[in-house]
Design a protein around this ligand. Structure first.
Ligand code: AMP
Length: 280
C-alpha cells in the first residue's frame, strides 16, 4: 500500500495503476477510521481493482465554531486499518497542499444543501461538494463509495455528479452500527460509555418510525412525532431536527411513499452532534 501527500505523486501512482489495466475505486474520508469506513472500502474492492482511500479533514466544511481543530486525527491507526482492509493507496494531503493558495472556486449544490444539516451548518455542503469535486478531479475514479449515514451528503454528491457530468459511478453503502445500534461515527470518540448508551434512543426512534410505516402509516407528521417522542425519552439528547424527507431532493414530505422517503435526525449529546437516518 502506498501513501502519498501530493497531487503529482497521486497522479503518478494512478497512471501506473491504469497502465496496468486496473480500475480505480475511491473512498473519501476524514480519517479516524472505523468499521463503517472499512465497509465502504470492502465494497469498493468488489467494484474496482485499485482502491484509494483519501484521509483529509477538510477545513472548508467546518463552521467557525465547529470541531475542526479537535477533530480526531489518528493517521498511524488509519494506515494500519487501510492496509489490513486491502487499500492500494492512501491519499492524505495537507490543507496547504490541497487547496491552492488563494483558491476562489466553490461548488454549490443549491436547494438540496439548505435544509436539514444545511440549515444548522451554513456553508457545510458547499465545503463538502467543493472538496469532493477536487478529490474526484484528483483521483478520477471509476467508482466511489459513500455512506448512507450521511444521507444529505450522499444526495448532494449524487446531484453534483449528475449536474457536472463527473465520470464516476456513485455507490451508497448502508450504515454500519455499534452493537447497541448507534451508527458508527468518528465523533463517537467524543462520547463516554454512558453517553453511547444514551444515544441508543436515536436508533430506537428510527425503529419506531419504520414500525409505523410497516403498519401502514403514511402521514409524515405522525411518523415524525412518534420518532421525536422516542428521542425525548432520553433527556440528555437535544434534537436539532427530526424530518421526513424525499431521499433524492431532501425536501420535506407530508405523505410517505415507502422506499422513497427517509426519516433523518440530528441531535446534540453534550457538545457532540450526532446524525442518523433510516429509509422508510
Ligand atoms: P467521514 O470520515 O465521517 O467524512 O465519512 C467518510 C465516509 O464514510 C462517508 O461516505 C460517510 O457517509 C461514511 N460513513 C461514516 N460513518 C459510517 C457508518 N457508520 N457506516 C457506513 N458509512 C459511514
Amino acid at each position: 500500500m502506498q501513501v502519498v501527500q501530493t497531487i503529482p505523486a497521486l497522479r503518478a501512482a494512478l497512471a501506473q495503476a491504469r497502465a496496468a489495466g486496473r480500475t480505480i475505486g475511491f473512498v473519501p474520508t476524514m480519517g479516524c477510521l472505523h468499521a463503517g469506513h472499512l465497509a465502504l472500502l470492502t465494497r469498493a474492492r468488489q467494484e474496482a481493482t485499485f482502491n484509494v482511500v483519501s484521509i483529509f479533514v477538510n477545513p472548508t466544511q467546518f463552521g467557525p465554531n465547529e470541531d475542526f481543530s479537535r477533530y480526531p486525527r489518528t493517521f498511524e491507526a488509519d494506515r494500519t486499518a487501510c492496509e489490513s482492509a486491502g487499500a492500494d493507496l492512501i491519499f492524505a494531503p495537507t490543507p496547504a497542499d490541497f487547496y491552492p493558495q488563494g483558491a476562489a472556486t466553490w461548488v454549490d449544490v443549491e436547494g438540496l444543501s439548505t435544509g436539514l444539516c444545511g440549515e444548522f451548518r451554513p456553508g457545510h455542503f458547499r465545503g463538502v461538494a467543493t472538496v469532493v469535486a477536487m478529490l474526484f478531479n484528483a483521483v478520477q475514479a471509476d467508482v466511489a463509495v459513500f455512506g448512507q449515514k450521511d444521507l444529505q451528503q450522499l444526495a448532494v454528491i449524487r446531484r453534483m455528479v449528475r449536474d457536472l457530468h463527473f465520470p464516476v459511478r456513485i455507490i451508497a453503502h448502508e450504515t454500519i452500527r455499534e452493537s447497541n445500534g448507534v451508527a458508527m461515527s468518528s465523533r463517537n470518540r467524543y462520547l463516554a460509555a454512558e453517553d453511547l448508551q444514551r444515544a441508543t434512543a436515536i436508533p430506537a426512534a428510527l425503529a419506531e418510525a419504520r414500525r409505523l410505516v410497516a403498519a401502514g402509516e403514511t402521514e409524515a407528521a405522525r411518523i415524525r412525532d412518534a420518532a421525536l417522542a422516542c428521542l425525548t425519552k432520553e433527556p440528555a439528547l437535544r434534537p436539532q431536527y427530526v424530518a421526513v424527507v424525499d431521499q433524492e431532493t431532501m425536501a420535506p414530505v407530508t405523505q410517505v411513499t415507502p422506499g422513497r422517503c427517509a426519516l433523518a435526525i440530528a441531535c446534540h449529546l453534550g457538545n457532540t452532534r450526532l446524525i442518523d437516518n433510516t429509509v422508510l
